[in-house]
Design a protein around this ligand. Structure first.
Ligand code: C2E
Ligand code: MG
Ligand code: MG
Ligand code: MG
Length: 293
């Protein structure tokens, strides 16, 4: 890749490789410019009830509409935004935009059209002393109560210790639900569940991949399903909700349902989309079953 970690830990674009356009640009400065120019936007991936196919929620995912590179995915700028601290401002934008959009959806489709939207949060944001106040303001400014939001955190974000743990417990006390994202990929997923006030675990895509493969050897399939099965059993025992991530075909839906998963996300169910397209999906869903919206 054209990316390299410099000694100071920042991303450097090496000239002459796959990313010549950005080769000479400090990515942090570019993000700063993009924020000022309003180039970031939020797309929304539906959260679906696997049993009925109904949309019950949504995850907000940030995108960068770069004037030269086009749509840039988060993997290419979130790490730099974290290292430069710009993730605090970027994250605040995603949160406010998602709350504004959610309030509009609830106004149009009613309070039951959509449960809590989920917003991804980086460790760096949890260290920001204004984080909790910012979250509460984003909700209040849009007339949303605290039970209208899920914050998704990865294990590495949560593992950063003392101050973060206090912040997480404060959010939990306020009624904001916390989801452990990419669950199962970290080194201490299980012990973390005891210390961390999680309400939701999101089974990582890597444990969904291949779960449906039906080969001659039942034990090979059992092995592939073992983590998905263990996670849903643990979550049930602890009273947590589960979401399976990265579902790419109907056979995976069937397997996950059989294992006890109630909610899922994935390209097979719906891709991340612009707000207007999600509005159209909610409208179609209402037309399907007007009594239930
Ligand atoms: P994540 O939170 O685990 O989000 C799921 C990612 O998987 C998203 O990628 C989504 O588009 C993708 N995905 C969903 N279904 C499928 C599928 O069936 N197959 C495959 N191959 N992929 C699927 P995306 O949008 O590129 O985001 C990547 C990561 O960037 C996110 O992982 C999250 O960790 C981070 N991220 C995205 N938006 C934000 C944000 O606003 N703030 C922060 N701090 N991080 C963000
Ligand atoms: Mg997420
Ligand atoms: Mg995830
Ligand atoms: Mg993931």
């Amino acid at each position: 890749a054209a990316k390299e970690r410099g000694k100071a830990g920042h991303v450097r674009y090496v000239p002459g490789m796959e990313e010549p356009v950005l080769a000479h640009i400090q990515l942090g400065g570019e993000i700063r410019r993009g924020l000022d120019a309003g180039e970031f936007r939020v797309v929304y991936q539906p959260l679906v009830a696997l049993g009925t196919g109904r949309i019950v929620g949504v995850e907000a995912l940030v995108r960068w509409n770069h004037p030269i590179r086009g749509t840039v995915p988060p993997i290419e700028f979130i790490p730099a935004a974290e290292r430069t601290g710009l993730i605090v401002e970027l994250g605040r934008f995603v949160l406010r935009e998602t709350c504004r959009q959610t309030a509009a959806w609830l106004a149009e489709f009613g309070p039951d059209a959509l449960q809590r939207p989920a917003v991804n949060v980086s460790a760096r944001q949890l260290h920001d002393p204004d984080f909790v106040a910012d979250v509460l303001a984003a909700l209040a400014d849009n007339g949303l109560s605290t039970d209208r939001l899920v914050l998704e955190l990865t294990e590495s974000a949560v593992l950063r210790g003392g101050q973060v743990s206090q912040t997480l417990h404060e959010l939990d006390r306020l009624g904001i639900k916390l989801a452990l994202d990419d669950f199962g990929t970290g080194e201490s997923s299980l012990s973390l569940l005891r210390a961390f006030p999680a309400a939701i675990v999101k089974l990582d895509k890597s444990f969904v991949d291949g779960i449906e493969i039906d080969d001659a050897s039942p034990s090979a399939r059992d092995a592939r399903q073992a983590v998905a099965r263990a996670v849903v059993q643990l979550a049930d025992a602890l009273g947590l909700e589960t979401v399976a991530e990265g579902i790419e075909n109907e056979a995976q839906v069937e397997q996950l349902r059989a294992l006890g998963y109630v909610y899922g996300q994935g390209y097979h169910l719906a891709r991340p989309m612009a707000a207007g397209d999600f509005t159209a999906l909610l409208a179609a869903q209402r037309a399907d079953s007007p009594m239930r919206t």
